[in-house]
Design a protein around this ligand. Structure first.
Ligand SMILES: Nc1ncnc2c1ncn2[C@@H]1O[C@H](COP(=O)(O)OP(=O)(O)O)[C@@H](O)[C@H]1O
Ligand SMILES: [Mg+2]
Length: 449
């Protein structure tokens, strides 16, 4: 097989050398054709000057006519050439193959398969068979098509990766702005709430002491003077005593809730993004659930979404915690959306999301933690599943979906953490996402950041 390139010319093809002087006898040509069965023809010259060609086919046609053999074999080739002139297509050796093929095919039909005389230098000619030329032309066509396809594949890849990078940049920017804001608010709330939380305890103790003191007074001075008596009635002392402790208790509860929320916001926003840290994925999931609390609650048009946690024994994970939390947020928000979509069609649905974690140890593989997020939402078709991670792919109404959640999650898990995301889903039944994250960050992922 010939090794051709797109720019190939006639001198790159197999050329045949067979030149005879017109004064040589016809028999010489017969011998030449007999000895070289693949020879397509002969170049004829006189005193080393090119005068034409005789193709194998034309030569044997002439010979096979009546008396042809007798007539031509013992006479100079000049006789044959005069009686059977063949118009020759002469091309220079640097003619491009496509041009040569065009010219060859433009000849009259009966000459279409005649060999072509290729001029190498002013007095040197070789022959090229039309078949070899056309084969080469076809090959170049194929090469061109392949190259075009490769180029267009490369372009598509470039566009895709540009789109992916842009998405990541936009999202990273948004996340870092959001993370900073959340962290800022959490920090600002943290101090005042610590005062409240820390002092409610004292306030509770002081108020109990005061109550004890009042009760002592009441016991020892059962008949207070009129002014005190009036004040006791005015403030409804019995009710106040009963209620004060309850009030302080609920303040205590409220303050500790706020403290918990602040802690979760800080876990979630993790401003240590540029650094990896060994963190508990369970904390990450819990803080994400807390952020989503208002969405999980009972709504006007649907019941509360139950969360079933089955947390396994898993070690801390070395990761970019803020980003992994972002992945949990994306997966859990999608699960909520899917459940809401299904509830519209099936009002008997008991909405639930199951979160399962486990340590996976397989021989020859680094240990991984798997996190399953399983919803009983609307599910998805295999067409949707195939396009899940494509940037801007969404099936949600304008304004609700951006199609970025999973497109961002994928590189975070796969490229940054050397993990995997798998998804199984059945329309009308639900969806299961599984994240697998190596316990230790692979060396390569660390460099790629
Ligand atoms: N848990 C799920 N159940 C059903 N469909 C899902 C689920 N998660 C993702 N999808 C599908 O994948 C699409 C892309 O998700 P995502 O990248 O988060 O973008 P968005 O949520 O903005 O649409 C969604 O529009 C939805 O069709
Ligand atoms: Mg989403």
């Amino acid at each position: 097989m010939l090794q051709l390139h797109l720019d190939a010319r006639l001198h790159d093809l197999p050329l045949h050398t067979a030149t005879l002087d017109v004064n040589q006898l016809g028999q010489t040509a017969i011998d030449l054709f007999a000895n070289q069965p693949r020879l397509p023809g002969i170049v004829l010259c006189r005193d080393r000057q090119f005068i034409g060609i005789v193709s194998r086919q034309a030569f044997f046609e002439g010979m096979s006519r009546r008396y042809g053999q007798d007539l031509y074999s013992r006479r100079p080739l000049q006789v044959f050439h005069t009686c059977n002139p063949t118009p020759a297509l002469v091309l220079t050796a640097d003619t491009p193959i496509a041009t040569a093929a065009n010219q060859t095919l433009q000849r009259p039909l009966e000459q279409a398969y005649e060999p072509i005389a290729v001029q190498l230098s002013p007095n040197s000619y070789q022959l090229l068979s039309a078949r070899d030329l056309l084969l080469a032309h076809t090959e170049i066509h194929r090469l061109t098509a392949t190259q075009l396809r490769e180029q267009s594949d490369r372009l598509t890849q470039t566009v895709n990766s540009l789109q992916q990078t842009q998405t990541q940049l936009i999202q990273a920017e948004k996340m870092s702005a959001l993370g900073q804001m959340v962290a800022g608010i959490a920090h600002e709330i943290n101090n005042p709430i610590s005062f409240v939380y820390g002092n409610v305890d004292h306030a509770q103790k002081y108020s109990r002491d005061l109550m004890t003191l009042i009760q002592l007074y009441q016991r020892h001075y059962p008949e207070p003077n009129r002014e005190i008596q009036a004040a006791i009635e005015e403030i409804d002392l019995d009710f106040l005593i009963a209620d004060l402790d309850k009030t302080l208790n609920s303040m205590h509860l409220g303050a500790s809730r706020v403290r918990e929320i602040v802690r979760s916001l800080r876990t979630f926003s993790r401003l240590d993004e540029a650094q990896t840290k060994a963190v508990s994925l369970h904390d990450g999931i819990d803080s994400t659930l807390l952020i989503l609390r208002s969405r999980l609650r009972e709504q006007r048009d649907r019941p509360e979404i139950q969360i079933h946690k089955h947390y396994g024994e898993i070690p801390r994970i070395e990761c970019y915690a803020g980003q992994i939390n972002q992945v949990f947020l994306n997966l859990l928000s999608n699960a909520i959306d899917a459940i809401e979509a299904r509830y519209q069609q099936d009002a008997l649905l008991e909405p639930q999301i199951e979160i399962r974690t486990e340590l996976q140890i397989a021989p020859g593989q680094p240990p991984r933690v798997a996190v399953y997020i399983i919803d009983n939402g609307i599910g998805m078709s295999s067409e949707v599943r195939q396009r899940l991670f494509t940037p801007f792919f969404t099936t949600k109404p304008v304004g609700q979906g951006t199609g970025l959640g999973l497109a961002i999650s994928y590189p975070i898990v796969v490229e940054k953490h050397g993990g995997r995301i798998r998804c199984e889903s059945e329309p009308g039944v639900g969806t299961e996402f599984c994240l697998e994250i190596p316990v230790a960050l692979p060396a390569k992922a660390e460099v790629a950041v």
